[in-house]
Ligand binder design. Structure first.
Ligand SMILES: [Zn+2]
Length: 392
């Protein structure tokens, strides 16, 4: 299924533009017409992180006339392993401004529009309405559903990508011509079931593999060439080095793009995706301790058993003194409970306190009434107690 071009061509290319884009102009499918369409195109990139970095850089180089960047974060040292639009001297700077400077260095002919704010229900419709196409580089489910619903309600296409460790996925969601993200994923996964890249890690170069697919699809949609990735999900396995594509059908019962939609305006995405499950929140009430409290218990030789519920790789990067590792899944599968001491208080921790709260709920249900978990996890511990240790 080929689709008509999203954008009308600009009136002309300047001599400078003809020189710059000559390798595009001699491709028959692109040519002057395609390049003039790119020049006229307005593309919004949500996020200037792992996927946004290669996406923005290649769209800039390709001559997409206007690039919008939604980003409120600042550049952190731990971003540089994959977010190649930023460099060492950008640490601490606004990511949006850092990304703009890189785009301008690659191609000064591009107009860059910064939206230095968190995308939310109050601004998404106004921001999206100024663009022809959205490239989604977000890393959390709440924003993904927000992007999807806003795009469906506005009738805009968007190019989606996601990355985790060695696995990547990409698709084009455009409700007028195919399925949307909700057709593929009607519900957000239960909180804690799918770790984020911050919790699970991501191979830096995977961002380039998936980000470049997103740019490829953006260019095809803008210029109206080729077979767009509408109604197909691209699945990339970097370890096996395999690309697969599977058909995705439009779901007639889809909550937002189906025949009788129940989502006809933006909803509360935080609660739709639930940061912490209800059981975990209930278990954590009155059973959450601070890093200072834990330090006191350790210093006073209190009878406690500190259990780190993260994964082995995380444990090897940084750990709390005396903590032993029992990954969360060992508790969820029921394997770990019989090995727990009955004469010591159990203190659980993870990276930031989300996974440990889930395990706390399991322990409470199994009768460990005085078990507690560490609010803020090992990250909070390092910040407050051992700042010389690394965080990730
Ligand atoms: Zn749908």
């Amino acid at each position: 299924m080929s689709l008509p071009p999203l954008v009308e061509p600009a009136a002309e290319l300047t001599v400078e533009e003809v020189r710059r884009y000559s390798r595009h102009l001699i491709i028959p499918d692109v040519g002057m017409d395609g390049q003039k369409r790119l020049k006229n195109a307005k593309v919004l990139c949500v996020g200037a992180g792992g996927l946004g970095s290669p996406a923005l850089m290649y769209m800039a180089a390709a001559g997409v006339g206007t690039l919008g960047i939604v980003e409120f974060d600042t550049v952190d040292e731990s971003n540089l392993q994959r977010q190649i639009i930023h460099g060492q001297s950008d640490i601490g700077r606004s990511k949006a401004q850092s990304a703009r400077d890189s785009v301008k260095e690659i191609n000064p002919l591009v107009d860059v529009v910064l939206h230095e704010e968190r995308l939310d229900n109050d601004n998404v419709m106004e921001i999206f309405s100024g663009y022809d196409l959205i490239v989604d580089g977000t890393d959390n489910f709440a924003t993904r559903y927000l992007v999807n619903d806003a795009a469906v309600l506005l009738g805009k296409p968007y190019v989606w990508g996601s990355i985790y460790r060695f696995d990547g996925q990409a698709s084009v969601f455009w409700a007028e011509h195919g399925p949307c993200y909700r057709c593929l994923y009607p519900e957000a996964p239960p909180p804690g079931m799918v770790p984020s890249c911050a919790e699970g890690g991501v191979l830096g170069v995977l961002c380039a593999s998936i980000g470049s697919i997103q740019v490829n699809e953006a260019i095809k949609l803008l210029a109206g060439i080729g077979e767009p990735l509408v109604g197909r999900l691209m699945i990339y396995d970097a370890l096996e080095m395999q690309y697969r594509s599977v058909k995705v059908r439009k779901d007639p019962n889809c909550a937002v793009c189906g025949e009788n939609p129940t989502v006809t305006e933006l909803i509360d995405y935080e609660s739709f995706c639930g940061v912490v499950s209800e059981e975990a929140s209930a278990a954590a009430i009155g059973s959450t301790i601070t890093s200072k409290q834990l330090k006191e218990w350790i210093d006073n030789d209190e009878p406690i058993d500190i259990i780190d519920v993260r994964e082995i790789n995380e444990y090897e990067i940084v750990s709390i003194p005396g903590a032993r590792l029992i990954p969360k899944n060992e508790f969820l599968m029921g394997n770990a409970l019989q090995d727990l001491p009955q004469d010591k208080r159990i203190v659980l921790h993870c990276k930031t306190g989300v996974r440990s709260a889930e395990v706390l709920a399991v322990l409470k249900a199994a009768g460990f009434a005085d078990a507690v978990h560490l609010g803020g996890g090992v990250i909070g511990w390092v910040n407050q107690i051992e700042p010389e240790k690394p965080v990730y």
